[in-house]
Every structure is written in structure tokens, then in C-alpha cells.
Design a protein around this ligand. Structure first.
Ligand code: B12
Length: 163
């Protein structure tokens, strides 16, 4: 019994240690703790031309992402100086969803926007007549997916949309 309890405590401590080493930084402002880029839990939906391709709750924060076409770049809301500090973003959420659920996405990097255009998700691309629209809570984002800030509980959707 005691051995089991000790083993459980060790596992919990290890898990907590892992979470703290992989979670983003916590900033301390005066006496009040304030979080920068604190992880949020959002629902990521990928709606393809023939139906739902993916839908799941994802724990996410702004981070560097790598695509085959675009290479490695930040995707944390500081893109295009949209935010002064790092924040969770739609494309970062897609990236976390893809990594943890075994699917891929690809995007072209546009230095002019300091952002990726999301071109392919789960092997499905626009093919010149459609694109992956990015919306949060049903509203298309006015900026690219690495510039927009998402919040806890948001509905983040990538929807295959004809021109
Ligand atoms: C046409 C257009 C599109 C078309 C492009 C394809 C086509 N059929 O031509 C489509 C419909 C795909 C599109 C999509 C989006 N767009 Co758009 N688009 C434009 C527009 C009106 C003209 C671009 C253009 O042709 N430039 C001329 C060519 C010669 O230059 P270019 O660099 O080669 O153009 C390419 C890029 O602009 C790229 N592109 C288009 N939109 C976006 C958005 C982002 C974030 C990136 C990185 C690249 C990109 O596609 C163009 C053609 O290949 C601009 C407005 C403007 N005045 O620039 C907005 C504009 C670039 N788009 C914008 C946005 C927000 C989007 C979306 C994110 C909207 C959304 N919420 O879904 C999506 C991209 C989503 C994704 N998958 O990542 C914003 C970007 C602002 C910002 N700071 O990020 C702009 C500036 C409009 C605005 N709100 O003022 N767009």
C-alpha cells in the first residue's frame, strides 16, 4: 500500500516537472502573477470539402512551427508586431492538434505578413479554387493565423472554402 502511494507520488511529481519544463514562461509583474502565453484549451475543427476532417479540444500556446514549404518561424502573436508579448494563436493550435493527433499541415511563409498562409491540412489543399479560411468563434480572423490571439474555450476552425 505504502509502496503504491510512494510510486503514485513519484509519478505525479515527474508529470508536474515535465509540464513545468514544457509549458511557456510565467512572468511576474510586481506582486501579482501575470501569465504571458499561458496555455489555453480550445476546440480545433477542420472542415474539408467532403465533411469533417478533425474536431477535438486542444491544449495550446504560441510557439515556433515548422512546415515543409515555409520552414521554421514563430507563431505566437508577436508576428507582424500584432501583440507585444507571446500569445496562443489559431495556427499554433492547428500545429499542436496535428502533432498530437498524427496528421500534417503545410503552409507558405510570407515575410511580408510575417505569417504563414495555411495551404494544406490533412493532405487537402485549395487547389487554386479554394482556400483554408481561418475563423474564431465563427468569425474569420482579420489577420493571419499566427497574429490573432485565441482564448480559453474558443472555437478555432479551418474551413475549406471555395473562391
Ligand atoms: C486575394 C486575397 C486572398 C486570397 C488569395 C488567393 C487568391 N485567390 O488570390 C485568399 C482568399 C486565399 C485569401 C485568404 C486569406 N486572407 Co487574404 N487577401 C487577399 C488580398 C485581397 C489580395 C492579395 C493579393 O492578391 N496580392 C497581390 C499579389 C501579387 O501579392 P502576393 O503577395 O503574391 O499575394 C499573395 C498573398 O497575399 C497571399 N495571401 C492572401 N491572403 C493572405 C493572408 C495571409 C495571412 C498570408 C500570410 C498570405 C495571404 O495570397 C496572395 C496570392 O497568392 C489581400 C489584401 C491586399 N490588399 O493585399 C488580403 C489579405 C492579404 N488577406 C488577409 C487575410 C486576413 C486572409 C485570411 C487569413 C482570412 C481568413 N481569416 O481566413 C486568409 C488566409 C488563411 C490561411 N489559409 O492562412 C489580410 C492579411 C492581414 C494580415 N496582416 O495578416 C489581407 C491584407 C486583407 C486585410 N484584412 O486587410 N486572401
Amino acid at each position: 500500500m505504502r509502496t503504491t502511494l510512494l510510486r503514485r507520488a513519484a509519478v505525479t511529481t515527474t508529470a508536474l516537472g515535465l509540464a513545468l519544463t514544457t509549458a511557456p514562461a510565467v512572468a511576474q509583474a510586481g506582486t501579482t502573477a501575470s501569465f504571458t502565453n499561458a496555455p489555453v484549451r480550445v476546440t480545433v475543427t477542420v472542415q474539408g470539402p467532403d465533411g469533417l476532417l478533425f474536431q477535438k479540444k486542444v491544449f495550446t500556446w504560441g510557439h515556433d512551427v515548422t512546415t515543409t514549404t515555409g520552414g521554421t518561424h514563430k507563431c505566437d502573436g508577436t508576428n507582424g508586431s500584432a501583440h507585444a508579448t507571446k500569445v496562443p494563436t489559431p495556427t499554433a493550435a492547428l500545429d499542436h492538434a496535428a502533432k498530437r493527433n498524427g496528421f500534417t499541415w503545410d503552409g507558405t511563409w510570407y515575410a511580408s505578413f510575417d505569417d504563414f498562409s495555411v495551404d494544406t491540412v490533412k493532405g487537402v489543399s485549395g487547389g487554386g479554387s479554394a482556400y483554408w479560411s481561418i475563423s474564431v468563434n465563427g468569425t474569420p480572423t482579420p489577420v493571419g493565423g499566427c497574429q490573432f490571439e485565441i482564448e480559453n474555450g474558443d472555437q478555432v476552425a479551418f474551413t475549406w472554402t471555395s473562391f
